[in-house]
Design a protein around this ligand. Structure first.
Ligand SMILES: [Zn+2]
Length: 420
């Protein structure tokens, strides 16, 4: 898109500086300049008058399964076992590459409309997800697990190894209760060969931890560390049930805990003690989890839940302040995904940015914009989303080189077919 001047914006860099009114210039995929003296950086291909609306880094959804939007509102309000075994698994078993491709695109549209500029994605049918992410222009960090032969996983990882690229990958496992011994061995080999971070769903429910203790006399976190899989960092999704030793392991390896409060609430899994994690200097990022257990991909909803649940858990309205939650949804998520080049607004960082409309009833009056975002914000305040040199969403319209109505139609057709 060449050069864009975002003129006259409130700028929230997320680097600790206060919000200030100024201008921001993007050149191709990078931020070239922030300040008042922007004229030498012209001429510009486009000038966007921001009218003192808020420019900030895009949200990072640090745990999702995009193709699961097929299951959105298909099976809800059911006991966990029934939900999983009678509804989710039978549909998942039938999913084709085409289904995964179409529903990933649908989810990416929802992400762009809610200001998400990067996703930590995990599902199966990698080629379909990669194709969808590339075509739509979504920055994606993809978890690779043994749903393909080892050589194919290695080849995908090597193909997407450029840290400046739109898509990068790391290795992991679904959970400690699903893999066979061969799967563990395969992932151990890959992590050691490529020195990648390792991620896994872990300590999501009390029952999972209890069963792991009975089987191995170790918690899921201890079990993963016993295989030396956290050697190059990484982390866990959920972390609802953690003991003191788990905390030591998390701190020792500088692991991230991706909290998924919407999913944990909907499935009644419990409340992750993110307040305690933050006090222990753990990198806490936020994920929506898949749209079957949420049912949205909305970081505003997740941010509210993170803080609201901590206030309830600790019986303390001062627990988990808004600034800390916003950092989790942006900088900490970037750290979780190895995307430190798109964590804050700074010259030479990626121009993965969003413009927030402050001229909305829920964003006024302005006492504290960060609190407005976390406590009063909703995805309809997202005015513009830019990822990897392209404005992909602006004023309710998508610019993704796709016929959006076709995606809706196709997904409806596939959803009806799959659930018949
Ligand atoms: Zn998950």
């Amino acid at each position: 898109m060449g050069k864009i001047l975002f003129k006259n914006a409130r700028i929230l860099k997320m680097n600790g500086e206060d919000i200030f009114i100024s201008n921001l210039v993007t050149n191709d995929n990078l931020i070239e300049y922030i300040g008042d003296d922007y004229e030498p950086y012209g001429p510009f291909d486009r000038i966007i008058e921001c009218n003192e609306n808020l420019l900030m880094p895009g949200f990072k959804n640090a745990h999702t399964h995009h193709p699961m939007s097929i299951l959105k509102s298909y099976a809800d309000d059911l006991p966990l076992h029934e939900w999983l075994f009678d509804k989710v698994f039978p549909i998942e078993a039938k999913l084709s590459e085409e289904d995964v491709y179409e529903f990933t695109k649908l989810s990416i549209l929802e992400c762009f409309a809610s200001g998400v500029t990067a996703c930590f994605e995990y599902y199966f049918h990698y080629y379909a997800m990669l194709k969808a992410s590339e075509e739509m222009g979504m920055r994606t960090y993809m978890l690779l697990t043994p749903s393909l032969p080892e050589e194919e996983l290695a080849a995908i990882h090597e193909q997407y190894s450029d840290p400046e690229g739109l898509i990068t990958t790391c290795f992991g496992l679904h959970s400690v209760y699903t893999p066979t011994p061969e799967f563990y061995e395969m992932i151990i080999r890959l992590v050691n060969k490529y020195h990648t971070p390792f991620y896994i769903h872990a300590s999501e429910t009390p029952n999972e931890v209890k069963e792991c203790m009975e089987l191995r006399n170790m918690t899921p976190v201890q079990f993963v560390e016993s295989m030396d899989l956290f050697k190059y960092g990484g982390g866990i999704y959920h972390g609802v049930v953690l003991n003191d030793n788990d905390y030591e392991i998390i701190k020792k390896h500088n692991l991230t805990v991706v909290t998924c409060p919407g999913s944990n609430t909907k499935l009644a899994s419990g409340i992750a003690d993110t307040e305690k994690m933050v006090k222990n200097n753990v990198n806490v990022a936020i994920g929506t989890d898949g749209p079957a257990s949420n049912n949205g991909l909305d970081m505003f909803k997740e941010m509210w839940l993170v803080t609201g649940l901590q206030k309830l858990l600790h019986n303390d309205p001062s627990a988990m302040d808004a600034k800390c939650v916003l950092e989790m949804a942006t900088i900490n998520g970037a750290r979780a995904m190895n995307l430190t080049n798109s964590d804050i607004l700074e010259v030479n960082k990626f121009a993965d940015i969003i413009l927030i409309d402050l001229n909305k009833p829920n964003m006024r009056p302005i006492h504290n914009i960060v609190k407005n975002l976390v406590y009063s914000g909703s995805k309809d305040v997202v005015k513009l989303t830019m990822v990897d040199r392209k404005i992909v969403y602006e004023d309710g319209k998508f610019y993704v080189n796709q016929d959006v109505d076709e995606i809706y139609k196709k997904c409806q057709y596939l959803a009806d077919k799959l659930t018949k």
